[in-house]
Design a protein around this ligand. Structure first.
Ligand code: PEP
Ligand code: MG
Length: 893
């Protein structure tokens, strides 16, 4: 295979091979934009290296050929003493992993070429500074020297000189620093810094390959669900310098605001600096708009290029650029990360601009983003009132309202959050080592850095609330405190609130209110209303596209009228699962106890007779809320002990009473029953259809309540559409018996009320045996609904109540699965059963209606699977309905 591509050879669609950075550098080169020449080593070469421990055969020669061509083109050779070509060696994977992997700049500098660089650029100080940067970066990333040692030596040099920044160091100081750095390398790495330029380059390439597997890169990939075996590409790019004086600089730009989506000039610029200085947020940048006064020619050129890129990519692009002595160079572009709100706004803006169609707009947003927009926000009337003390105002880097205890290091963030505390991670600036703290925290607050700083980029990627660059806050990580203007001091453990949508930082806990998007779904805010902002209108439009194209219907899991009504407002097309056990709780528990304790038919009938009108009333309300839409009612499912007192408490009560010789008869009987019904593994015991088969009259009572409620709704001109669903069926015989009884009860109610009810009776498919015999079961079932919670539990042999807390973390860490199979459907195992059972069921009964009502029904990835598997509907909790609608639309678009 070909392992090396010149920038002129690739294009943006080769991300698998060239990584995002390499592919887009090639794309820009071919668009005729000013990209410094270079070439990219493929991810395939990286994979070979990581697997075998050596570079693939032929790579060296290919690199040589491309380097020769580059040298020819540039008219100078790598590290050539009198006129050196310098290159950067940059990582770049298919998916962006900001700051997680390595990059080395200024490759090609050596004792021999440093003078040549000074002569070439007419700047001796610059040449020594570049060499010092190379030693530092190379020492740290390639030779594994602790970066602190270089920082300390640099600080020492500044102190000796009385300089407060490195700009205060002169050529002679930097030259001395180079010697110090070389000694550090020898002492720490046990070898000299390599003077041979090609050796520098080869070692740097290898180090970049290896940086794919650093702990922080692995952690980031797990968090972002990026596969671990992709490897990184390596781009070798001729150096241009942003640190050659005031007519040079470096910056980051967005073609639109990544927070709001609005078009305009967004970005940061740092005069006389190299790219790393901006991304690390170490020095404070100026807004990009100021570049217009600093260097109008470059600014205008940049604006034109940004327009070209947006039209070409038909999307928000972010850009890294450098100006070298008035000449603009493009160092990177990619379709930019954005906030959830901006994703919706941009998608509709681009439709309006005619750049993309509605189907593409749907692909540009996703359910996770919509879910994020449904989070509550700070109550503005309180947040802006004098009761609440605002202590800072930084950059709104990633939206959301976060409240938590202040912590000042990653370790504490992780420790406290493990013990259940909500924390806000506060740092001057973050770096990749802070990643696990950022994951653990509710939100992140930094006092330095702009919208493109590490904290901002990573937080946006994780959907985590972040305020950065709150400059008036003094963060002291050593003393673990933060000082705000006016002398307010926040110590570790104090509560603070940060608003990632406005950038405001508050002392104490600010109350939160629902999001406007939820208000819109609730029908309390109309998309056409004046106070509806652009976001609500964008969501409204995108949801309309989704509803127009989706094939899957979306129902709700709901068991009371209130949830059902909300679900309906959120767009539910019926109820896919009404868990009737929720109607047996509270005061009714006593009636269930009576039912369980009943020794005689009369006692049992008494208890059932008391439950019947209560259930009937529940169903009437539910059918009213869902009038005209299907309501799937599941007959009682959970093991009976769930309705009985706790075995230990009851035993103690009875024992105490016996000691006092006043034990009451009922308690004794109850205790007996509790013992009898106690199950070591209740998930596999007496539950589901088994209850219906062993407790005479139970299912009949429920069916009667449903049928009578339906008849009542008819009598008041309603349009009830109940469907009766039998849980935990494993064989068609169970269903036949229950069905016979149900049909009889329904016929009785029809007869008595003079109504024809047409109640469908179907089953859940939630046991492997049911899935495997679905063809037989379909003979007796008018519909299927996959209970993927129990199906996942029984297919894997995982107890759904226990495993997530006990060993799933270990499984996730070992990469056995990337996400819990209870969250996202296991396509290969559980999913295969869903597919085959659907097919078998429909072979028996063409047109069989098939849905899913396990938690997976509201999970974006799973929704795509159910669409592909040909299901008719998904059912999920009311709050996930908009997400399911959107994802069903995306699956069909
Ligand atoms: C299921 O098992 O997926 C299901 C919907 O039923 P429950 O969660 O109530 O067991
Ligand atoms: Mg179940």
């Amino acid at each position: 295979p070909k392992f090396v591509y010149d920038f002129t050879e690739g294009n943006k669609d080769l991300k698998d091979l060239l990584g995002g950075k390499g592919a887009n550098l090639a794309e820009m080169t071919n668009l005729g934009l000013p990209v410094p020449p270079g070439f990219t080593i493929t991810t395939e070469a990286c994979r070979v290296y990581l697997e075998s421990g050596t570079e693939p055969a032929g790579l060296r020669d290919e690199v040589s050929a491309h380097l020769d061509a580059l040298e020819e083109r540039m008219g100078k050779k790598l590290g050539q003493p009198d006129n050196p070509l310098l290159v950067s060696v940059r990582s770049g994977a298919k998916f962006s992993m900001p700051g997680m992997m390595d990059t080395v700049l200024n490759i090609g500098l050596s004792d021999a070429s440093v003078a040549g660089l000074a002569a070439q650029l007419g700047d001796e100080r610059f040449a020594w500074d570049s060499y010092r940067r190379l030693l530092q970066m190379f020492g740290k990333t390639v030779l594994g020297v602790d970066g602190e040692l270089f920082e300390q030596a640099l600080d020492e040099a500044k102190r000796a000189k009385g300089a407060d920044s490195d700009l205060g160091l002169e050529a002679a100081d930097l030259r001395r620093l180079v010697d110090d750095f070389k000694s550090i390398v020898i002492k720490e790495a046990g070898r000299e810094f390599p003077q041979e330029p090609r050796e520098q380059m080869d070692l740097a390439v290898r180090a970049v390959f290896e940086s794919w597997n650093t702990d922080r890169a692995k952690l980031y990939r797990r968090q972002e669900r990026i596969p671990g075996d992709l490897g990184t590409a390596v781009s070798v790019c001729s150096m241009v310098f942003g640190n050659l004086g005031p007519d040079s600089g470096t910056g980051v730009a967005f073609t639109r605001d990544p927070a709001s989506g609005h078009q305009g000039v967004y970005g940061d610029y740092l005069q006389n600096a190299q790219g790393e200085d901006v991304v690390a947020g170490i020095r404070n940048t100026v807004p990009l708009a100021e570049l217009e006064t600093i260097d109008k020619t470059s600014y205008d050129r940049l604006m034109t290029i940004m327009e070209t890129l947006e039209t070409h990519y038909k999307d928000l692009c972010d850009i890294e650029f450098t100006i070298e002595r008035g000449h603009l160079w493009m160092l990177q572009t990619r379709v930019g990360k954005r906030t959830a709100a901006a994703a919706f706004r941009i998608a509709t803006q681009l439709v309006d601009q005619g750049l993309i169609d509605e189907a593409e707009a749907l692909r540009r947003v996703n359910g996770a983003q919509l879910a994020q927009l449904m989070f509550p926000q700070f109550e503005s009337s309180v947040a802006d009132s004098p009761q609440v003390r605002r202590i800072g105002w930084g950059i709104a880097a990633s939206p959301g309202a976060a409240v938590g205890k202040a912590v000042f290091d990653s370790y504490t963030a992780v420790k406290w959050s493990r013990s259940g505390e909500k924390v806000i991670l506060i740092r001057r600036e973050t770096n990749p080592d802070d990643l696990d703290g950022m994951i653990a925290a509710q939100g992140i607050l930094t006092s330095r850095g702009g919208k493109t700083s590490h904290a901002a980029v990573v937080a946006r990627g994780m959907g985590k609330t972040c305020v950065c660059g709150a400059e008036e806050l003094e963060v002291d990580t050593k003393r673990r405190c933060l000082t705000a203007p006016g002398g307010v001091v926040i110590e570790e453990g104090d509560l603070i609130s940060i608003d990632g949508s406005t950038g405001k930082v508050y002392l104490g806990e600010v109350p939160v209110v629902p999001s406007p998007v939820v208000e819109y779904f609730e029908g309390r805010l109309h998309a056409g209303a004046e106070e509806a902002d652009e976001l609500v209108r964008a969501v409204h439009r995108v949801m309309a596209y989704a509803d127009r194209v989706r094939r899957l219907r979306v129902r709700a899991n709901a068991d009371n009228a209130q949830d059902a009504s909300r679900a309906r407002r959120f767009g539910a097309q019926g109820i896919g699962l009404c868990r009737t056990e929720h109607m047996f709780l509270g005061e009714r528990r006593e009636l269930v106890e009576r039912l369980i304790l009943a020794d005689t038919d009369a006692e049992r009938d008494g208890a059932l007779g008391a439950l019947l009108p209560l259930q009937k009333a529940d169903f009437i309300e539910l059918f009213e809320a869902m009038d005209g839409l299907p309501v799937t009612v599941r007959l009682l499912d959970p093991p009976l002990h769930e309705f009985l007192p706790d075995i230990t408490e009851l035993s103690v009560r009875v024992a105490l009473a016996e000691a006092r010789k006043d034990a009451n008869e009922n308690d004794l009987r109850l205790l007996q029953a509790v013992h009898k019904l106690h199950e070591s593994n209740p998930m596999l015991g007496l539950r589901g259809v088994r209850l219906g088969l062993v407790i005479p009259g139970l299912f009949a009572m429920q069916v009667r309540a449903i049928a009578e409620a339906a008849a009542h709704r008819r009598s008041v001109k309603g349009d009830p559409r109940p469907e009766i669903m039998i849980p935990l069926v494993g064989t068609v015989q169970e269903l036949e018996i229950v069905r016979e009884e149900a049909d009889r009860v329904i016929a009785e109610v029809e007869e008595a009320t003079g109504t024809s009810l047409k109640l469908a009776i179907g089953t859940m498919i939630e046991l492997p045996r049911a899935a495997l015999t679905a063809g037989q079961i379909a003979e007796c079932a008018e519909f299927f609904s996959f209970g993927t919670n129990d199906l996942t539990q029984t297919v894997w042999g995982f107890s759904r109540d226990d495993v997530e807390a006990s060993f799933f973390t270990a499984y996730l860490e070992k990469g056995i699965f990337g996400v819990s199979p209870f969250e996202t459907i296991d396509r290969d195992g559980v999913g295969a059963l869903v597919r085959s059972a659907t097919e078998a069921g429909r072979a028996t009964r063409p047109g069989l209606k098939v849905g899913v009502c396990g938690e997976h029904g509201g999970d974006p990835e799973s929704v795509h699977f159910f669409h592909a598997a040909g299901l008719d509907y998904v059912s999920c909790s009311p709050f996930r309905i908009p997400v399911a609608r959107l994802e069903a639309g995306r699956a069909a678009a």
